[in-house]
Unconditional design. Structure first.
Length: 425
C-alpha cells in the first residue's frame, strides 16, 4: 500500500440537504415601513352587542315616507271586560192612564214652605160689622164760641166796689169790672151750656176708627185681626216664632179668615189639606195600571184644603213660587223608580190645580222630584216602605195637588199617602 496522496480539487456542490429544524428566534428587527392597504377581508362573525352609548343629538326631521301597505288582519282578540253602565236613555212615551187606586193613610204634616213676595192689592171688600166701642180718648181742642144765649136771671148782688175815682184798669185799656149799664138788666150773661155727652160719643167713635187703622197697619195674626199673608205678619213682627196664625188674603170680612202655618224664616204661607191622609190598604183589585184616586177607585176623593178657592186664588196672586210634597206609603207597589225593570213606567202621576199632570219623566216644568237614595218603594217589597215626592214651581196656579194616580191593580198591592201642606212664597 502506498502513501496518502495530496488532496484533490473541490468537487461540485452536492444536492441540498433536507430542511433542518428551525433555529432559535432572532432579535426583533427595526419596524418596517407601512405597507400598502390590502384588499378588505371577508366579514367576520357578528360580535356580542356592546353597552348602549349615550344618546346623540336629535337629527333634523326626515322627509315623510310613503304610506305602507295595509297589513294582514290579525287574529281575533280575547273578550274584553264589561264596560261601565251607560247614561239613562231618553224618556219613553207616557203610558195609558190607569185607574185610581184606594186612598192610603195621611202622613205627618210637612214643614211649610217659604213665603212669597207681596202681591198686588186686591179689590176693596164689603164693609165689615161695626167693632166694639173702644176706650174714651183724650179731650179735643176747644171749638169756636157759639152764639150768645138768652139773658139769664139776675144774679145775687156783687161785693162792694172800690172807692170813687178812676180804676187802674181804665189806664190799661181794659174794661172795669162791674155791671155794664149798656147791657140789658145791667148784668153779665152766663156762658152757653155744653152737651158733654155728645163730645164723649164723638171721641169714642174717633178712637175706635183709630184702633181699626192701627190694626190694618200692624196685624197680630189673630182671627179678629188677621194678616194678609205670613210675609206681612213677619215684616210687622220679625221676632215672632214660626207657628199657626190667621190670615185673610182677600182682605175682606174676617169671617172667611183661615188658619195657616207661617214659616217666619222663609216667609212662606202654608195651607193645610183636609183630610191630610189616605189610609193604607188595598184599594183596588184588577189589571195593573195607573188609576186616579178620585175617579177610578171606589171610596176615593179629590184633595181639599182649609182655604176656599177665593182665598187660595188671592194667595196665588200674592206669591211668586209654590211647593208641596206627597209621602207615598207602599207595599208591593212602585212609587217612582222600578229597580227590577230599570225604568219609570210604573212611577206615580200627580194632578195639579190647573188639571196639569205631573210625572217622573217628560218636560222639566211638569216633572216632580224624588231623592233616589230615600226612594224605598223602588224594590216593591212585601214590607211597608215610603217615598217622598216633591214638586216646586214658579207658576203658582199649578198647586195645590188635587189627585194622585199610582200604578196598582195586583191582588197583593197596597198603598197609602200623606198629603203635605201647600206652601206659597
Amino acid at each position: 500500500k502506498g502513501n496518502r496522496g495530496n488532496p484533490g480539487p473541490n468537487g461540485p456542490a452536492g444536492i441540498p440537504g433536507p430542511l433542518g429544524p428551525p433555529g432559535p428566534a432572532g432579535s426583533a428587527g427595526k419596524q418596517g415601513d407601512r405597507g400598502d392597504t390590502g384588499p378588505p377581508g371577508p366579514s367576520g362573525p357578528s360580535g356580542a352587542m356592546g353597552p348602549r352609548g349615550p344618546s346623540g343629538p336629535s337629527g333634523a326631521p326626515g322627509a315623510k315616507g310613503e304610506a305602507g301597505e295595509a297589513g294582514e288582519r290579525g287574529p281575533k282578540g280575547h273578550r274584553g271586560f264589561a264596560g261601565l253602565q251607560g247614561l239613562p236613555g231618553p224618556p219613553g212615551q207616557p203610558g195609558d192612564q190607569g185607574a185610581t187606586g184606594p186612598a192610603g193613610p195621611a202622613g205627618q204634616r210637612g214643614t211649610p214652605g217659604g213665603r212669597g213676595p207681596q202681591g198686588p192689592a186686591g179689590n176693596d171688600g164689603k164693609p165689615g160689622p161695626a167693632g166694639m166701642m173702644g176706650p174714651r180718648g183724650r179731650p179735643g181742642e176747644a171749638g169756636p164760641a157759639g152764639m150768645p144765649g138768652p139773658p139769664g136771671p139776675p144774679g145775687p148782688p156783687g161785693p162792694a166796689g172800690d172807692p170813687g175815682g178812676f180804676p187802674a184798669s181804665a189806664f190799661m185799656g181794659q174794661r172795669a169790672k162791674g155791671p155794664d149799664p149798656l147791657r140789658s138788666g145791667g148784668y153779665y150773661r152766663d156762658a152757653p151750656a155744653v152737651d158733654i155727652s155728645k163730645d164723649i160719643k164723638v171721641t169714642d167713635a174717633l178712637e175706635a176708627i183709630s184702633a181699626q187703622i192701627d190694626a190694618l197697619k200692624k196685624p197680630t195674626g189673630t182671627r179678629k185681626n188677621p194678616a194678609r199673608t205670613c210675609r206681612d205678619l213677619a215684616l210687622c213682627h220679625p221676632t215672632w216664632p214660626s207657628g199657626n196664625y190667621w190670615i185673610d188674603p182677600n182682605q175682606g170680612c174676617t169671617v172667611d179668615a183661615i188658619e195657616v202655618y207661617c214659616d217666619m224664616k222663609t216667609l212662606e204661607t202654608c195651607v193645610y189639606p183636609k183630610p191630610s191622609k189616605i189610609p193604607r190598604g188595598q184599594w183596588v183589585n184588577g189589571p195593573a195600571k195607573h188609576m186616579w184616586f178620585s175617579e177610578s177607585i171606589k171610596s176615593g176623593f179629590e184633595f181639599q184644603y182649609t182655604a176656599d178657592e177665593i182665598q187660595m186664588q188671592f194667595l196665588r196672586l200674592s206669591s211668586t213660587a209654590a211647593r208641596q210634597n206627597i209621602t207615598f206609603h207602599c207595599k208591593n207597589t212602585v212609587a217612582y223608580y222600578d229597580a227590577k225593570k230599570g225604568d219609570y213606567k210604573s212611577a206615580m202621576m200627580l194632578r195639579g190645580n190647573d188639571e196639569v199632570e205631573l210625572t217622573a219623566e217628560g218636560p222639566k216644568k211638569h216633572v216632580y222630584d224624588v231623592n233616589l237614595k230615600a226612594d224605598k218603594c223602588q224594590y216593591a217589597s212585601d214590607q211597608w216602605a215610603t217615598t217622598v215626592l216633591e214638586y216646586k214651581t214658579r207658576k203658582t196656579s199649578r198647586l195645590p195637588i188635587i189627585d194622585i194616580a199610582p200604578y196598582v191593580g195586583k191582588p197583593n198591592q197596597e198603598f197609602g199617602a200623606d198629603i203635605g201642606a201647600v206652601c206659597f212664597k
